[in-house]
Ligand binder design. Structure first.
Ligand code: NDP
Length: 445
């Protein structure tokens, strides 16, 4: 396998999909050496079969807004790979959603799910529907219309969707409600469900908490065992960012930033638990903007900016893809940042990743560091199958164990001769090997 050749071919067959090309490039670069040690991979054309999704459903959704006007949106479900388990991955509702973004996310999800050690394949879906400013009734009608189209293609043993940007507990509940009515079964199928109808404790917290567990494992390799004295910059202010902040505070760190797509706030005093409770309310109840935090607490708000210029020792990007570029990475390193652990999927550009690796700081890529979310989704599926619920402590304990196992797998495959752990390489190789071997065992299907 020659990376450039495979990429050129993908770019020719699937032009204008930069995010997808970027994600594939990063994985192929990491696995090239080990892939070429197994001639049977090449004979089975594993590289191409693992890069191109099994199938993509594309459909139009019609729904009616509160003024009675008929609206249309495009929607997709990318079923990427089910070699090791049912397709599994979230739904994203955001104006930017397009095949390139969902293909990159489904591709990444395949390796991430493999890393969790749970039996889950990779998928992703969503729509260019923008939930901002929509009433709950509009969101409900949209979710129901979405399910009317998709319900036949998903199921507890086939494809199990969840949340992502713009899709939280409310949206999952609306989709699951309609799915259940159409499919006439009540076996789970979605994860991230409400706790009263099959959801798992700790699922809302899992991605943020899991990122901190992964970070603590990384810090331990440098002899750091708590967050006392650490100054933490977080981007985003949604599900992942807020629970990330909660766990940072619990572990003794200081959170100085949060953001949304309009800008970021910088609070040098630290966002303590009282202020964070306000952010939870602002985001989940009022669906407001992060600028309102600055109005309330009188701190700095930078319209249109990203938090990476602020001096911190740890950065936890938790908003969206490509939100941290090479220049941002240089500034972070210059300011004394020792660790970057990704809550979001592919938030660092390839140039930024290069800066982190060149400077040998601790860098946890999303597919390892944010795998806690899908891990607890996997645990939700297990609880649904068994028809019982585990306690908060039980789920949290399992989450900690999974994050620690993922860290160990990264160390196993990513340790370089000088002892530096390249977590990108480690995560990509560990994730890839399991899926590739499963595909080989199952023949040409
Ligand atoms: P939410 O919708 O809850 O929050 C997203 C946050 O990111 C919001 O603050 C949003 O601001 C901001 N944001 C979104 N798009 C942009 C953009 N283009 N530029 C700047 N800011 C933006 O989503 P989640 O917290 O669930 O997801 C955040 C990231 O974590 C995503 O990359 C997702 O794929 C990843 N992830 C999520 C998991 C989960 O369990 N939820 C699991 C693993 C990864 P605004 O409100 O202005 O849009």
């Amino acid at each position: 396998m020659k990376v450039e050749q495979v990429l050129d071919d993908l770019k020719r067959r699937f032009p204008n999909e930069p995010e997808y090309h970027q994600a594939v490039h990063e994985v192929l670069e990491s696995i090239e050496e080990i892939y070429n040690e197994y001639p049977e991979f090449e004979a089975h054309n594993i590289v191409e079969r693992i890069c191109v999704p099994d199938r993509i459903f594309t459909f139009r959704i019609n729904w009616v807004d509160d003024r009675g006007k008929v609206k249309t949106n495009m929607a997709y479900r990318v079923q990427h790979n089910n070699a090791i388990g049912p397709y599994k991955g979230g739904m994203r509702f955001h104006a930017s959603v397009c095949p390139s973004i969902l293909k990159f996310l489904a591709f990444e999800q395949t390796f991430k799910n493999s890393l969790t050690t749970l039996p889950m394949g990779g998928a992703k879906g969503g729509s260019d529907f923008n939930p901002k400013g929509k009433s709950s009734a509009e969101v409900m009608r949209f979710c129901q219309a979405f399910m009317l189209e998709l319900w036949r293609q998903i199921g507890p043993e086939t494809d199990v969707p969840a949340g992502d940007i713009g899709v939280g507990g409310r949206e999952v509940a609306y989709m699951y409600g309609m799915y259940k009515k159409l499919a006439r079964e009540n076996t789970g199928t979605f994860t991230g469900k409400g706790i009263d109808f099959g959801g798992s404790l700790i699922r809302p917290e899992a991605t943020g908490y899991g990122n901190l567990y992964f970070l603590m494992n990384m810090l331990k390799t440098r002899g750091i065992t708590d967050l006392k004295g650490q100054v933490v910059a977080i981007s985003g202010s949604g599900n992942v960012a807020t629970y990330t902040a909660e766990k940072v505070l619990e572990l003794g760190g200081k959170v100085i930033t949060l953001s949304d797509s309009n800008g970021y706030i910088y609070d040098p005093e630290g966002i303590d638990s009282e202020k964070l409770a306000y952010v939870f309310e602002l985001k989940n109840v009022y669906r407001g903007r992060i600028s309102e935090y600055a109005d309330k607490y009188g701190c700095k708000y930078v319209e249109g900016g990203r938090p990476w210029n602020e001096k911190c020792t740890i950065a936890l990007p938790s908003a969206t893809q490509n939100e941290l570029n090479g220049d941002d990475a240089e500034i972070l390193v210059k300011n004394g940042c020792i660790a970057v652990s990704e809550g979001a999927n592919m938030p660092s550009t390839p140039e930024a990743v290069e800066v982190f690796l060149k400077n040998k700081i601790l860098y946890g890529p999303g597919k390892a560091a944010n795998a806690g979310g899908v891990s607890v989704s996997g645990l939700e599926m297990t609880q649904n199958s068994m028809r019982l619920s585990w306690t908060r402590e039980e789920v949290d304990e399992k989450l900690k164990r999974i994050m620690s196992d993922i860290h160990e797998a990264c160390v196993k495959y990513g340790t370089e001769p000088d002892g530096f752990v390249n977590y990108v390489k480690g995560a990509n190789i560990a994730g890839f090997m399991k899926v590739a071997k499963a595909m080989m065992a199952q023949g040409v299907v």
